[in-house]
Design a binder for this molecule. Structure first.
Ligand code: HEM
Length: 496
């Protein structure tokens, strides 16, 4: 063997590796010309240390004060552009919707769903999938009175479980998630589950776990290659396994629906989709099983922990504000009485409830950074360039805490949305809890309906108190994919 050759080959390898490393480091330190201003960060990891163990909302508030309404930072290798304030948000996501409505793509959606479904897809594929899904959901009564009885059935089961606790300190988290998840089950699978059903409990806990593990600056978004490391320090393997299990569950449901499908008796979302599938070419990618699986999972992910967390924030604010609780109950008694459950038809006569829930949306603020958008090509915005491939974050929180729009924004005050006549004053429209533009939450009408029926029925039957006179829930939040309240117990006392 020619050792000289081996030696020089090794030297050459080292030299190439060093050059590549230098190129990589210098490339990751470069900020392309004319991109939105922002901190420079470190080689390879970018500004990840800024976000690690920090509240991203505090970090973004400081960066906005320093760099303005549109700033950028590298999270790992990804350039992330954050858009702040009502004007810039509307300019980008409403006026320039053609350019600002794509998703950045993620490792999980690419690898496990071929970027299909509603939530992660982009371009024409997303438009068609979203339009078809909305039309199927409308036919199923989404946000309309025809869905009301299904939600009321679930509300009744929910209240019964709570009543059984007999006013003892109780954490409503699990039962709330199950009750809200059951509504999505009714819509997609055509049936609800008993709260004690172990398969159902497991399904909801898998979703909840991924909601918690998936964070804004999370490792999987920036370095999907980390999944190859031994162990699972960043919980990436856990998240992938959870999604695989959820896919298997949905796959079983689709198979069962296909086996029992009757053309003239569409039972639910899956049936309606299968019926459309039959009308289209077998190769049509919009109507394949992968898209159906991804849409169903999107509806669960987007439609369960969001609404359930909002209910839990609403309860937190009721515990802190006994006077507000009394006013709400007074309105319910006047409009609904006590002999029947509240119904959607009552909603327009209940401005105090509307003001209350809007204030919960603003301060509960469960999706403060919305869901990331992405630039599919270079975008010139306010004289700066957002390069192709950037992640774009709509900072909805910057509106929720805007002292110009909301005086003393840290104070929970539903009255800020009411005029002297006790009616809504129009300010409620400035609260962007469901985001804005073409990608605005597809489940807004369902979420509003659920919150109304759950919260008013709860208040009609119970008084809600802290766990003990000196043990109130925390007002601090946990950050995962959203902003969730910390676990707490409360006492829910049946009214005489
Ligand atoms: C209080 C409850 C809820 C809140 C605060 C909320 C908020 C949001 C937000 C901020 C987005 C991101 C919009 C964007 O990309 O800019 C979103 C997207 C979405 N939401 Fe909701 N949501 C809630 C409940 C629901 C429900 C009940 C469903 C359906 C069953 C749902 C389905 C969706 C879907 C499918 C998307 C993705 C839309 C798309 O990418 O085109 N959401 N939601």
């Amino acid at each position: 063997m020619d050792f000289t050759l081996l030696f020089s080959f090794n030297e050459l390898t080292v030299a190439i590796a060093v050059i590549l490393l230098i190129l990589l480091v210098s490339r990751s330190l470069q900020r392309p010309a004319n991109i939105p201003p922002g901190p420079s960060g470190y080689p390879i990891i970018g500004c990840m240390p800024l976000l690690r163990n920090a509240n991203p909302l505090d970090v973004f508030r400081k960066l906005r004060a320093q760099y303005g309404d549109v700033f950028s930072l590298k999270i790992g290798q990804k350039l992330t552009v954050v858009i702040n304030g009502s004007d810039a948000l509307k300019e980008a996501f409403v006026k320039r919707a053609d350019e600002f409505s794509d998703r950045p793509g993620s490792f999980i959606s690419e690898r496990l769903f071929q970027n299909k479904g509603i939530g992660a897809s982009s371009g024409e594929y997303w438009k068609q999938t979203r339009t078809y899904s909305i039309s199927i959901l409308r036919n199923l009564g989404f946000g309309k009175r025809s869905l009301e009885s299904r939600v009321q059935e679930e509300v009744t089961a929910y209240l019964d479980i709570i009543e059984k606790q007999d006013g003892r300190p109780y954490d409503v988290k699990e039962v709330t998630v199950l009750a809200i998840s059951n509504i999505i089950c009714s819509i997609t699978f055509g049936n609800r589950f008993e709260f004690s059903d172990t398969k159902f409990k497991r399904l909801t806990s898998l979703f909840a776990e991924n909601f918690r593990l998936n964070t804004v600056g999370g490792a999987i978004r920036s370095f999907p290659g980390l999944r190859h490391l031994p162990g699972d320090m960043f919980s990436i393997k856990k998240m992938i396994k959870n999604v695989e299990d959820i896919k298997a569950f949905v796959g079983e449901q689709i198979l069962e629906h296909r086996n029992t499908f009757e053309e003239e008796n569409e039972r639910d979302f899956i049936d309606a989709f299968l019926s459309e599938q039959k009308k289209h070419d077998k190769e049509d990618p919009i109507f394949d099983d992968m898209n159906l699986t991804a849409i169903v999972i999107n509806l669960f992910i987007a439609g369960t922990d969001t609404t359930a967390t909002m209910i839990r924030w609403a309860i937190v604010y009721l515990i802190y504000n006994k006077d507000i609780q009394d006013k709400l109950r007074q309105e319910i008694e006047t409009v609904v009485g006590t002999s029947r459950l509240p119904s959607l038809a009552d909603k327009s006569s209940m401005p105090y409830y509307e003001a209350f829930i809007t204030e919960v949306f603003r301060m509960g603020n469960i999706a403060p950074l919305s869901v990331p958008h992405g630039a599919k090509k270079d975008i010139t915005f306010r004289g700066m360039v957002i390069p192709k491939g950037s992640v774009i974050i709509p900072n909805l929180n910057s509106v929720m805490e805007d002292p110009v729009l909301f005086e003393n924004p840290d104070k929970f005050r539903p009255e800020r949305f009411l005029g002297d006549d006790g009616q809504l004053n129009g300010k409620e429209k400035t609260v962007m809890a469901f985001s804005l533009g073409r990608r605005v939450c597809l489940g807004e009408s369902l979420a509003r309906m659920e919150l109304f029926l759950y919260m008013t029925s709860l208040l009609q039957r119970f008084e809600i108190l802290p766990e003990s006179p000196d043990k109130f829930p925390s007002l601090e939040a946990n950050f995962g994919l959203g902003r969730a309240c910390k676990d707490y117990k409360c006492r829910v006392i049946k009214l005489k």
